[in-house]
Design a protein around this ligand. Structure first.
Ligand code: ADP
Length: 162
């Protein structure tokens, strides 16, 4: 049977850190479904459609599906016949929240395991928020995000700055 995992997140926008976790998850699972969240309490720079489009573009050739996440993550995972939820871990600061949501998800559905993939050292400082912050200040984003995403980010920030 195909081993499927769900990789949830905001991906606002997708970074090389996200892609590294994704590719490493694909060594364990046959297919990864990227579930792109739309949390009403969060402010996004890119729309849900834009975030999905960028993900589609930069994951071409990989065994992935990209979908909007609606409703409870464990229910989404069950519907997709996934056996696991994949999350990346960067620093101790990620741990508290991740621990809490993994335990909550386990309580909601004990058949779906949460698997954590530790970041590569070179990406441990990297988050979509910090990329947006330094991009606004004109930083060189080489190695942080795919070229296509960089183009979209520059376009978006130019529009926002006007
Ligand atoms: P969320 O808003 O759900 O945290 P993100 O898009 O910020 O969504 O992150 C999605 C997942 O990717 C999270 O598990 C996060 O820890 C992981 N992640 C983000 N950046 C990195 C990175 N540089 N290295 C490893 N994992 C990362």
């Amino acid at each position: 049977m195909e081993k499927i995992a769900v990789y949830p997140g905001s991906f606002d926008p997708v970074t090389n850190g996200h892609l590294d976790v994704l590719k490493r998850a694909l060594k364990i699972f046959d297919k990864v479904i990227i579930a792109v969240g739309e949390n009403p309490n969060k402010k996004y720079l890119f729309s849900l459609k834009e975030r999905i489009d960028m993900l589609k573009k930069v994951t071409k050739g990989l065994k992935v599906e990209i979908e909007a996440l609606n409703g409870l993550l464990v229910n989404f995972a069950k519907r997709k016949k996934a056996i696991a939820i994949v999350r990346g871990l960067r620093a101790v600061s990620d741990f508290d929240y991740e621990f809490q949501s993994a335990l909550m998800n386990r309580k909601l559905n004990k058949n779906i395991e949460t698997i954590f993939i530790m970041t590569r050292g070179m990406y441990c400082y990297l988050s979509a928020s910090i990329v947006k912050e330094v991009a606004r200040l004109g930083a060189n984003l080489n190695g942080m995000i795919p070229k296509y995403v960089e183009k979209k980010l520059r376009e978006k920030l130019k529009i926002k700055d006007v």
